[in-house]
Structures are given as C-alpha cells and as structure tokens.
Design a protein around this ligand. Structure first.
Ligand SMILES: Cc1cc2nc3c(=O)[nH]c(=O)nc-3n(C[C@H](O)[C@H](O)[C@H](O)COP(=O)(O)O)c2cc1C
Length: 190
C-alpha cells in the first residue's frame, strides 16, 4: 500500500509533530512504509493562478511540488497534519493544497480523476489548536475536505484537539497520542 504523510507545522517537536509521529508509527507498526513530507522544509511557490494547468492538469512550476504530485498520485492513504493558525490550516499546508489546483483541473475540467488504485483512497486529518474555539477546526476541516475531494480521496477521518497550546502540551492530553496511533493503524486496515 502506498502512503504519504504531510506534516504542516513549523514548530519542531511541537504538538502537531508529536501527534503526527504517533499516527505514522501506527501505520509503520503494521509493516507499511510512509513517504513523509515536512512541508516547512520544502521550497514550494504559492499558486499564481496563471491558468497554466487548465488544459493539461499539469502545473507549469518545477519546484519541490513535483515530488509531492507523484506521491499524491500514487498514494492510497494520505495523512495531513496541521496546527490551527488564525482559524485555519497553516500556511505551509495551504500553499501545498493550493498547488493541487492542477488536480482540480484534471478531475473537473479534463474529467480524469486520480484512479482509486487497488485499495481505494482514504485520508486522515490531524488538527491541533491552542484555543478552545471550534471555529478554527471548522475552517481547517472545510479546506482539508476540499483538498481530499480534489485529489479523489472520498473518505477521511479527522482527529482534532482544542486548547493545546504550549510546546509539548499534547503529551499531557489523556487520549490524543493513543488515538492518533490507533487512527494510523485503522487507516491501513482493509
Ligand atoms: C501564527 C499563529 C496563529 C495561531 N492561531 C490560532 C488560532 O487561530 N486558533 C487556535 O486555536 N490556536 C492558534 N494558535 C495556537 C496553535 O494552534 C497552538 O499553539 C498549537 O499547539 C501549535 O501546534 P504546533 O506545536 O504543532 O506548532 C496559533 C499559533 C500561531 C503561532
């Protein structure tokens, strides 16, 4: 099974990364390998809305998104993890998502959705916010759901945690790490 996982937090060893690692560990413990992309470390230009992908479904930019396009195309399972920044996904995640407009063109304009592959395509979304307000989760969920829809991932599970702010605070949450680990295992079960 092909798996790709996107870490969208810039804070090293932060709450999102700790949660993310548990989900990846859950997957790996069942014998699967995961292609991990730490989005903060990649050089990805934001979408320029140039229309270059409209006729071809291919982005005209050749930066580190090229590797991500290949990974998304062949993945049967996709993990996306983001902190909530200003009631939304982090910029690192959003830049990557916007560059998936070429998949939107391929699916909706050229009528060529990414094939479902042998095992179908499923997603796991992990969100961590410092405030106890649902609005950030709702905005991030809407954006991530549009991403999953665009890249032909018809179903995804979301785990979100509110009120987790200080670095490492997720470690004190009674269930979060275990839930992320279990969600990773569940993701690869057929
Ligand atoms: C730029 C910035 C904006 C933030 N905006 C929000 C917000 O709108 N809502 C919220 O719940 N938390 C917000 N936070 C808090 C983070 O979501 C929180 O600290 C989270 O645990 C960070 O995860 P990390 O450790 O993986 O970076 C913000 C933090 C930063 C740095």
């Amino acid at each position: 099974m092909n798996l790709v996982a996107f870490l969208g937090s810039p804070r090293k060893e932060g709450n999102t990364e700790l949660l993310f690692r548990e989900a990846v560990r859950g997957v790996e413990d069942l014998g699967h390998r995961v292609s991990v992309f730490n989005l903060n470390l990649l050089k990805i230009a934001p979408c320029q809305d140039c229309g270059g992908c409209e006729d071809t479904g291919i982005c005209i930019f050749e930066d580190e998104m090229v590797r991500i396009y290949d990974a998304i195309r062949s993945a049967e399972r996709i993990i996306l993890a983001s902190p909530i920044f200003f009631f939304a996904l982090s910029a690192q995640v959003k830049i990557m998502i916007d560059r998936c407009q070429c998949f939107w063109c391929e699916k909706y304009l050229l009528k060529k959705p990414i094939p479902q592959g042998l095992y179908g395509r499923k997603g796991l979304l992990l969100l961590v916010g410092g405030m106890k307000k649902e609005i950030g989760m709702q905005c991030a969920e809407a954006s991530a759901a549009a991403f999953f829809r665009t890249i032909s991932v018809p179903e995804h599970k979301t785990l979100h945690y509110l009120g987790i702010d200080a670095k490492g605070a997720i470690l004190k949450h009674p269930t979060a790490l275990r839930e992320a680990y279990d969600a990773g295992r569940e993701l690869v079960k057929l």
